[in-house]
Design a protein around this ligand. Structure first.
Ligand code: SF4
Ligand code: SF4
Length: 350
């Protein structure tokens, strides 16, 4: 559908409207004082939004569950355990995380468990008005503004000096039929004709606030040219503690493993899927004992190849990194994206 543009005078009004039909998820302060995605938020709680509130854990787990039962076997029949969900709205998703959801949509396009959750979800994106702490979304075409094909509703506030106000006039874009239907019953005025142009101009202003991250693009080139020396991957991998922080927090990481759970009383067996990590020694180990990534250096190289190789462009139409910077924030060995890409540039540009 062609996007439809409206004026929204109060962000909380939209929250309250959506809460009548959807379970509301949004970013809020948790009891430890951290910004985190949370369920069952009161529609009267003002949302935390934008680049200042990118939570360390992305919304990935709302669709690709960290642990979930896939099916049950009673000795004769396999019964799928498809998730049953009521409609829910994720309110205030940043552009990078929406890009990651779109990436995962392709990876899990034939996965009924993932798709059941996606079908019940309304994605409400919010444009960022500046860079977040470690983010470099423009470098990988994942922000700072939400792409219309990545969300059902998009909120944008480009009024001078008003970007942090709940009650400034917001541009509300209905970007899908699902988004437009969700607005039924809410009285909204059409946005003035020039607001789309103002949003584009505001994006150009926001882009000037980002630092120079050209080393990321240069190093993507070196990875694809196959010129990163094996010794560098070894030096970097020595610092990996195999904690899986990077893969757990990365919004595009989608590797999983499965195991069986036996219930002796009912004599039923349940197959459970759980997140896995390519940084674990046993990730690629086969039953024969053969392990194509038994060295930490192979695992480190493999991770970055999967994020930045041109080989995956035909399948996903983009790189597997959305520039959120979470791997840099969390890695206890300090080998997140900025460190790795800077080291590659230093090593390869001479
Ligand atoms: S966060 Fe760092 S230390 Fe942990 S698995 Fe990833 S690369 Fe290794
Ligand atoms: S590789 Fe790092 S910066 Fe890129 S999407 Fe994953 S966590 Fe974010």
């Amino acid at each position: 559908m062609n996007s439809q543009l409206f004026v929204l005078n109060d962000l909380v009004l939209l929250q309250q409207h959506l809460a009548q039909h959807y379970e509301l998820f949004q970013i809020a302060r948790d009891p430890q004082g951290e910004d985190a995605w949370q369920a069952n938020i009161s529609a009267n709680t003002p949302p935390l939004y934008g680049q200042a509130h990118l939570p360390l854990a992305s919304p990935k787990g709302f669709f690709f569950a960290q642990n979930e039962a896939l099916y049950e076997f009673d000795g004769e029949t396999f019964t799928p355990i498809t998730p049953i969900l009521s409609p829910r709205a994720l309110f205030g998703v940043q552009a990078c995380d929406l890009t990651a959801i779109s990436y995962q949509d392709q990876f899990f396009k034939d996965d009924p468990y993932y798709q059941a959750r996606r079908e019940q979800s309304l994605l409400v994106g919010i444009d960022c008005s500046g860079p977040c702490e470690k983010g470099f979304c423009p470098q990988v075409n994942a922000g700072p503004q939400v792409a219309t094909e990545h969300a059902d509703l998009i909120l944008s506030n480009f009024s001078e000096g008003q970007q942090d106000s709940l009650k400034a006039p917001w541009l509300l874009i209905a970007a899908s039929d699902k988004g437009l239907n969700s607005l039924q019953g809410l009285k909204l005025k059409k946005a003035p004709d020039n607001w789309s142009q103002l949003r584009s101009e505001f994006k150009e202003q926001v882009l000037t606030k980002f630092a120079d991250f050209s080393y990321i693009n240069n190093s993507i080139g070196y990875i694809n040219d196959g010129v990163v020396p094996a010794q560098l991957w070894e030096e970097l991998s020595v610092r990996c503690l195999a904690c899986s922080g990077c893969t757990n927090l990365c919004p595009t990481c989608s590797c999983y493993s499965s195991y069986e759970q036996n219930d002796i009383e009912s004599n039923k067996q349940t197959t459970v899927r759980t997140w896995d990590s390519c940084q674990f020694d046993g990730f690629q180990r086969e039953a024969s004992g053969q392990n194509p990534s038994h060295l930490a250096a192979q695992r480190t190289e493999r991770f970055w190849f999967h994020k930045f190789s041109d080989n995956y462009l035909p399948e996903f139409g983009r790189y597997g990194c959305v520039g959120c910077g979470r791997c840099e924030q969390t890695c206890p060995g300090s080998i997140g994206v900025h460190t790795v890409m800077r080291r590659i540039e230093q090593q390869c540009c001479n």
